[in-house]
Design a protein around this ligand. Structure first.
Ligand code: PLP
Length: 395
């Protein structure tokens, strides 16, 4: 059975070109990029090229890129750095729908005595910019808002939000882990001070990321050690992965158009046909301002996990927005923040596509999905198939 991989917001396949570029740096060109000898020096030069490739994708200068181990490290570093650089300020602003890399971090910071404002979103996962403006105070050290949501794909107006923060002298960080490589980003004309990205979301390997820090931004390193990354992040560089990240960024730049045309139209086909064929289903999140590859759909009165298990029998990989496997019967914090009714939130499935998906794969999902839902609804105590009478449960 072949795999139909529609879980690209969880992680992506390493592009063949990326793997090929990385391989020599494991066994032939294994020198330390900081070494004085030319064996290491050639690796250092290749690292510089990778830095240029990453910077090129987001309109940054190479010296504004710090390589890290992952998106989580980039997120933690930026927020902790802003707090360390502004010791007199004790407030930070974020949203209720951030990835745990920020969500759990700010919970920890609240325990450490910081005041945290987590902005709500509306039923479509959108931010209210006026409410955001009101949350900024002279005590605010940093705003951290995700550019695009990993569960729904909803895009926040981060450029406007950053400009507003700058007008009040507040640092602005964005978690762009799901955004980089999916929509164009140009930091030359932006007020964003820091931006996080992660390799494994754009066809580079897991365990490598980058943090953009605008030139002139006060910065306090998270990992203190050697002089690597100009003293901004100690530790010998993960050379093969960084080289892979560079190539992945270059490929992503070239594939941006395909991502926003071919991938988007496959996503739309999948979404529209599923909505048409499955009663009591809805898209979660703003369908206008959304990543081109992501679709989060709720199928009422069934469990997302049950859907995933049956999809798995067809080799189809997706994700669910409920968290029964982790022992909690709560739907995800994102869907809860959007106020999605309990019976809908529990049956939510996230499909996330990539340039490697084909129309034949999407057709196969559409062919099998309605019968999976019908099978599960026949077993659901809240769904009577015969006369389509739906019981309502509170929660
Ligand atoms: C929006 C967002 N931020 C941060 C992360 C964390 O990235 P990493 O897995 O590289 O630590 C993820 C990963 O799912 C994400 O989707």
């Amino acid at each position: 059975m072949t795999t139909i991989y529609l879980d690209n917001n969880a992680t992506t396949q390493v592009a063949p070109e990326v793997l090929e570029a990385m391989l020599p740096y494991f066994h032939e060109l294994y020198g330390n990029p900081s070494s004085m000898h030319s064996f290491g020096g050639q690796v250092g030069r290749r690292l510089r090229e990778a830095r240029e490739q990453v910077a090129g994708l987001i309109g940054a200068s190479p010296d504004e890129i710090i390589f890290t181990s992952c998106g989580t490290e980039s997120d933690n570093t930026s927020v902790r750095s802003a707090l360390a650089a502004n010791p007199g300020k004790r407030h930070l602003v974020t949203s209720r729908v951030e990835h745990p890399a920020i969500h759990a971090l700010v919970a920890q910071l609240a325990k450490e005595g910081y005041r945290v404002t987590e902005l709500p979103v509306d039923s479509q996962g959108r931010l209210n910019l006026e409410q955001y403006a009101r949350s900024l105070t002279p005590d605010t050290a940093i705003v951290s808002l995700m550019w695009a949501n990993n569960e729904t794909g909803v895009i926040f107006p981060v450029e406007e939000a950053a400009a507003l923060a700058r007008s009040k002298g507040i640092l602005f960080h964005t978690d762009a882990v799901q955004t980089v490589g999916k929509i164009p980003i140009d930091l030359r004309h932006s007020a964003i001070d820091m931006l996080s990205l992660s390799g494994h979301k754009l066809h580079a390997p897991k365990g490598v990321g980058a943090l953009y820090v605008r030139r002139g931004t006060k910065f306090a390193p998270f990992l203190i050690g050697g002089h690597q990354e100009k003293g901004r992040r100690g530790g010998t560089e993960n050379v093969p992965s960084i080289i892979g990240l560079g190539v992945a960024c270059e490929l992503a730049g070239r594939n941006l158009e395909a991502e926003n045309t071919r991938v988007k139209s496959l996503r739309d086909k999948l979404e529209n046909l599923l909505l048409e064929q499955v009663p009591n289903s809805q898209v979660n999140g703003d369908r206008v301002n959304r990543l081109p590859n992501t679709s989060n759909i709720s199928f009422e009165f069934i469990e997302g996990e049950a859907i995933l298990l049956l999809l798995n029998e067809f080799g189809i990989c997706a994700s669910s927005g409920s968290a029964c496997t982790s022992g909690s019967l709560q739907p995800s914090h994102v869907l809860r923040a959007m106020g999605i009714p309990f019976t809908m939130a529990h049956g939510s499935i996230r499909f996330s596509l990539s340039i490697y998906n084909t129309e034949a794969e999407i057709d196969l999902v559409i062919e099998n999905f309605p019968s999976i839902i019908a099978k599960l609804r026949a077993l659901s105590p809240y769904w009577e198939v015969g006369d389509k009478v739906c019981a309502t449960i509170e929660g």
